[in-house]
Design a protein around this ligand. Structure first.
Ligand SMILES: [Zn+2]
Ligand SMILES: [Zn+2]
Length: 187
């Protein structure tokens, strides 16, 4: 598989860029957790835990913003919640990052890609709801190993410094995190 620059965009088009997709660049997965579902709904995308939210787990250096970097906003569903990046121009969620740049992780929601097909078919499913309130994961361990491998590689190569989300000198996110109102995006 050769390397492809896959275009992504917010709904209004003011914030857009490309994702470098190629061998080992990331893992397509579907997350069925309540937070991912609520976040998509909060940002105006129809979502359910049964269907889950399709994402592509990669590293921030592969995610490039060509226009609209000044529109980046950072939201959390709770004070300790994941860093959820969105485009403030039209409230489009872009994806989730770690809370420190040294852990090079970015999980882009697939709804920002006009053509997500090159991301591949998701074989990993996380937090699939089971009867009785239990959850089940499918092929989660290979996805975790892949994301840790990518993060360690980015750390040793120095590629972790190439991120649109953090000031790597201070380790601070480039936008102040805002905690969304309790129950945001609830069905
Ligand atoms: Zn927009
Ligand atoms: Zn989730």
């Amino acid at each position: 598989m050769s390397v492809t620059d896959l275009p992504w965009s917010c709904r209004c088009g003011a914030t857009h860029g490309k994702l470098e997709v190629g061998r080992g660049s990331g893992t397509a997965a579907v997350c069925h957790c309540e937070s991912c579902t609520r976040a998509q709904r909060h940002f105006g995308v129809d979502a359910s835990q049964a269907e889950g939210v399709a994402v592509f787990q990669t590293t921030p250096d592969r995610f490039t913003i060509m226009d609209g970097a000044e529109n980046l906003g950072l939201a959390r569903l709770s004070p300790k919640g994941a860093y959820r990046w969105y485009a403030r121009c039209c409230n489009t969620q872009l994806g989730v990052s770690s809370t420190t740049p040294k852990f090079a992780f970015f999980s882009a929601v697939q709804t920002i890609f006009p053509d997500p097909a090159p991301l591949g078919k998701a074989r990993t499913h996380a937090f699939v709801q089971q009867p009785g309130g239990k959850v089940k994961h499918t092929r989660l361990m290979p996805a975790i190993i892949a994301l840790l491998t990518r993060s360690v590689t980015a750390l040793t190569s120095g590629n972790w410094r190439d991120t649109p989300f953090f000031d790597v000198e201070t380790g601070q996110p480039i936008a102040p995190p805002e905690v969304l109102p309790k129950g945001a995006g609830s069905a």
